[in-house]
Design a protein around this ligand. Structure first.
Ligand code: M6R
Length: 611
């Protein structure tokens, strides 16, 4: 997963493909690669690390190469290394594929293809595509290239944006898209492909955005877009008038906003391939036996900042599923404590970057004490992913904004999957809850889409609240975890003092701070705690505070609310994910109103690699 570029035209395809890859560099990557035809042979070059390393391999690129595809990889299957970087080739080395997305059934395909005599060179899911095309070409030698590739794609379950070169068709690039972006740029006597518009803007602003199910054959003479049945699809090219900066952000003003809008897609990727239609969870990366899962008598979750809050949000659900006590700790405290851990302990470490110094130190301490460690981590090749005994990748894709948004949603969902997996494996006596959760989780992407439609309303709320000097975020149960993360989001990007409290605690001190000009966001999404919440909010209202209530669309408006935001209805345990997205939007729009540097908040770094 990360960036795709390609070129077919009269200029140096190698130079342009690499230059355009650099325009996608902001998305983060761990290796880069390139394929092109030269002297009748398919050439594949790959390098770990920066694009500059790949460029060095092409010190004097043959100028006459007019067609190439290139890729920056952000590891999802298999660690970052040269062998795993794209393009991937078939056994003959005549077919090269670059791919963004996730092939869910790659393990099954790999086994079948290996049994049929194919040899795999990498640990990636992508390589299966090259071998499937090879297979289709040998099974249907008389079909044309497009039909052969489309036949290969029929075997694939999952998401993909791909570009394919084949020695037998030296002037053709095949591309296809399913749930992963891909665009075609139309220049004068040249065609460009990319996973994102900014990559081609230097050469053309006329762009066709492929839709799911689209395939295209690109030759010097034409671009033909079809569906999987080979029927022509008429797509209208659009004119892109973005400036370079907003192009990088997909037309959004900030990375943070772009990443909030990626919430639904993130959720699809996190759940993808891990839940069957019948609700069975499959986490092949966690190779423990049922007896091993059952042997963990105590579970501790550790993280920093947003990652810690994700652990907090999942804690109750894990406790209910496993019928065990689950402890949640801040990594910087845990690492200097004397934790009571042993071989019956499971320590779950959560981190987007996988490089947070305190989280890594906590993991090492847990290991020393004999606990099993499991990293819930977004960056595949990171220290946490490498050093933990087991890893569950959150699949949120690169996150660039310092304020963590989509990664949080993915962390909570991944922990819910993990909880279900552990409960089923350990035969926890919670079958009904497991059943209820498994049928609810797949609804999350659609529910988050609905949350995004609240943005105009959130923007208006932000205009009313941006002048407030202080914010309280109050909640009970799951809502308290959401309150913690919402307060962090607001304070880190808007610089407004924001505190989260379990609502019942207000009377024990903080209520003294409430006065006009103080905003209170009351989270009322938990059915059995709603009445208690409303009583607490009335106490705030009675002291002159401004109250914003977040509740389900099925609830009636309480009279203590100055403002109301209604959320899609869903089971309680999904509300920490559903309520968080509008609160991320709220933090964003308040910060925007206040003219703050949203993507680079003062004093903060994306990854805290020092203590
Ligand atoms: O990379 P990590 O998830 O380990 O980072 C932990 C925190 O530094 C991070 O979540 C931080 O709190 C967020 N950037 C806040 O939005």
């Amino acid at each position: 997963m990360c960036g795709i570029t390609g070129y077919l035209g009269y200029r140096s395809a190698i130079q342009i493909s690499i230059a355009n890859l650099k325009r996608l560099e902001y998305r983060g990557y761990d290796s880069a690669g390139l394929a092109y035809m030269y002297n009748g042979k398919l050439q594949v070059l790959k390098a770990e690390g920066r694009i500059a390393n790949l460029e060095q391999l092409t010190q004097q690129p043959p100028q006459e190469v007019g067609m190439a595809i290139a890729h920056t990889r952000w590891a999802t299957h298999g660690p970052p290394c040269t062998a795993n970087s794209h393009p991937h080739a078939d056994c003959s080395g005549d077919i090269a594929v670059v791919h963004n997305g996730i092939i869910e059934n790659y393990a099954l395909l790999q086994t079948r293809l290996t049994e049929a005599g194919h040899t795999f060179q990498s640990e990636t899911d992508t390589e299966t595509i090259a071998h499937l095309i090879e297979e289709a070409m040998s099974l249907m030698p008389d079909a044309d290239f497009a039909e052969q590739v489309r036949t290969a794609l029929k075997h694939i379950e999952g998401s993909y944006a791909i570009a394919v070169l084949c020695k037998k068709y030296p002037d053709t690039i095949f591309v296809a898209r399913q749930d992963s972006p891909l665009i075609i740029g139309h220049g004068e006597q040249e065609t460009l492909i990319a996973s994102d518009i900014p990559a081609v803007m230097q050469y053309t602003r006329r762009v066709t955005v492929l839709q799911d199910g689209d395939c295209a054959i690109i030759t010097p003479q034409s671009v033909v877009i079809t569906n999987h049945a080979g029927e022509i699809q008429n797509r209208t090219a659009m004119y892109v008038d973005w400036d370079d900066q907003s192009a990088e952000k997909g037309g959004f003003e900030h990375f943070m906003l772009k990443e909030i809008h990626e919430g639904p897609r993130t959720m699809r990727d996190t759940l993808r391939g891990r839940m069957s239609e019948a609700g069975t969870i499959s986490l092949p990366d966690l190779p423990l036996t049922n007896a091993q899962w059952a042997s963990y008598r105590n579970v501790t979750i550790i993280g920093c900042g947003t990652a810690y809050h994700a652990g907090f949000a999942a804690r109750r659900m894990l406790e209910q599923l496993l019928q065990r006590q689950v402890d949640v700790q801040v990594a910087s405290e845990f690492r200097y404590s004397s934790p009571i851990l042993n071989q019956e302990s499971l320590v779950i470490l959560i981190s987007q970057s996988g490089e947070t110094a305190d989280t890594l130190a906590a993991m090492r301490l847990a290991k020393q004490k004999g606990a099993a460690t499991l990293g819930v981590v977004n960056v595949v090749g990171s220290s946490l992913a490498r050093e933990a005994d087991m890893r569950l990748i959150t699949q949120a894709g690169p996150e660039i904004g310092v304020a963590s948004t989509k990664a949080y949603l993915a962390q909570v969902a991944a922990l819910q999957l993990l909880g279900l997996h552990m409960a089923a494996s350990a035969h926890a006596p919670t079958a009904m809850l497991q059943q209820q959760m498994s049928s609810a989780l797949p609804m999350l992407p659609a529910l988050l889409e609905r949350c995004l439609t609240l943005e105009p309303q959130v923007k208006e709320l932000a205009a009313h609240l941006a002048h407030c000097s202080c914010f309280f975020f109050l909640g009970r149960g799951y809502d308290y975890a959401t309150a913690l993360e919402a307060a962090l989001k607001l304070k880190e990007i808007s610089y407004i003092h924001a505190e989260a409290y379990p609502a019942g605690e207000m009377k024990h001190g903080p209520l003294a701070l409430v006065e006009p000009g103080v905003a209170t966001v009351g989270l009322c999404t938990q059915k059995n705690l709603r009445d208690k919440m409303i009583s607490n909010l009335k106490e705030v209202k009675a002291r002159g505070g401004t109250v914003l209530v977040l509740q389900r669309e099925t609830d009636v408006q309480p009279d203590c609310a100055d403002y109301l935001l209604t959320l899609p209805d869903a089971p309680d345990f999904l509300m920490p994910i559903i309520a968080m997205l509008p609160l991320q939007l709220l933090a964003y729009h308040v910060a925007l109103q206040r003219g703050c540097a949203i993507d680079q908040p003062r004093n903060l770094a994306k990854s805290v690699t020092v203590e």
